[in-house]
Design a protein around this ligand. Structure first.
Ligand code: PLP
Length: 381
């Protein structure tokens, strides 16, 4: 039997229709979007169309969409680009941000910025009182993710943005994990900037966008030709941009149905996990419909991930970006989870290709693996 993919928060497979939309731009329409001839015009038209599709998916205007190489670049561009235009003050970020936010934010210290980490509660939600107290200090930028990659926990970004705006701070949200799994609207969230990535929504890797408030002036980080209105130089990756646009359209069209299906499967998954004695992280908070993050006390997450891999199931321990490292997840530690238990964390993230029968088989396989690992542990003692 072919392995079952349960790691959609790490990346998603390219949708067949997205691939079909991209192929002509590798073959016949290979022009440079900056060229004046017919080949160039065809590429430019495709980029413009994709810009509209991305804008539509998040309720923004096409002129607010800047194509970049992915979520990591969008986060770096925004953080470093904003900081370069402001007098150093405080930058406030939640304790559960992705490394593509936390690392550039730490780098701002070298330029005189103070970093304020906003604590989260046991379920992974940003503490509003903590945000209010942080904003009493002069703050240039607040960056809070819309949905977390590990727990799937959704933050009340609109309320945080209101607080930040009234304190005179700019607000950015990393919506990489939220897009395609819940409604995302740039205007309603009331932020100045938003990060998106194509490969989390069945689009190509190495493609993303920064959505910017029209009045926001940020310093480009890659300079050269005047691409993307001078904000991001480099010949446009036309096939990937086209794929991103197509994936955004699909995400919007399928959102309601896919959220319903995912929620049903995740519900069954969590029910099965609870009967096995699993502890579910982020339980009780509003969460993405596809993510289940749990620990079976006494069984190392890495060990279980490898055992499940052998049994034909692809799941993750901690976040995909830091997997390979033995350290427990900083996200879980910031939620107050004990180090020992955090080491047992396993993430299942479902997606479009999954079916209920796979959940049932997975639960059986997990039960078998737990039995086997416990037996091995008993022999070893
Ligand atoms: N932000 C979040 C919340 C993510 O989960 C990821 C990817 O794992 C990124 C940013 C980085 O996006 P990309 O892989 O497109 O660089």
């Amino acid at each position: 039997m072919s392995p079952v993919y349960f790691d959609h928060n790490a990346t998603t497979p390219l949708d067949e229709s997205v691939l079909q939309a991209m192929l002509p731009f590798f073959r016949e329409h290979y022009g440079n979007a900056s060229s004046r001839h017919e080949f160039g015009r065809a590429a430019r038209q495709a980029v413009d169309d994709a810009r509209e599709q991305v804008a539509d998916a998040v309720g923004a205007h096409p002129s607010q969409v800047y194509f970049v190489s992915g979520g990591t670049e969008a986060n770096n561009l925004l953080i470093k680009g904003v900081a370069a235009r402001l007098k150093p003050s405080q930058v406030a970020v939640s304790a559960v941000e992705h490394p593509s936010v936390t690392v550039p934010v730490q780098e701002l210290r070298e330029h005189g910025w103070k970093v304020r980490r906003l604590a989260v509660d046991h379920a992974g939600r940003i503490d509003m009182d903590e945000a209010k107290s942080a904003l009493r200090e002069p703050t240039g930028l607040m960056s809070v993710m819309l949905a977390n990659n590990e727990t799937g926990v959704i933050q009340d970004v609109a309320s945080l943005a209101e607080l930040a705006r009234s304190a005179g701070a700019l607000v950015h949200t990393d919506a990489v994990q939220a897009l395609g799994k819940m409604p995302v609207n740039f205007a309603t969230l009331n932020v100045h900037a938003m990060t998106l990535s194509a490969h989390k929504i069945y689009g190509p890797k190495g493609m993303g966008a920064l959505i910017l408030d029209k009045r926001l002036d940020i310093k480009p980080q890659i300079t050269g030709g005047g691409h993307e209105k001078g904000l991001r130089a480099g010949t446009e990756n036309v096939p990937a941009i086209v794929g991103f646009g197509a994936a955004c359209m699909l995400a919007s069209d399928r959102l309601a149905q896919s959220s319903f299906n995912l929620e049903q499967m995740r519900g069954r998954m969590n029910q099965g996990l609870r009967t096995m004695g699993a502890i579910l992280f982020g339980d009780g908070a509003e969460r993405l419909p596809n993510t289940s993050y749990f620990a079976l006390p006494g069984i190392e997450g890495e060990t279980l991930v490898m055992a499940l891999d052998r049994a034909g199931y692809a799941v993750a321990s901690g976040s995909a970006c830091s997997s390979g490292g033995a350290d427990p997840s900083p996200v879980l530690l910031s939620m107050g989870v004990e180090r020992e238990l955090a080491r047992c964390a396993v993430r299942v993230s479902l997606g479009r290709g999954n079916e209920m029968s796979q959940i049932e088989r997975f639960l059986q396989a997990l039960q078998d693996e737990i039995f086997r690992l416990k037996k091995l542990a008993a022999i070893a003692v």
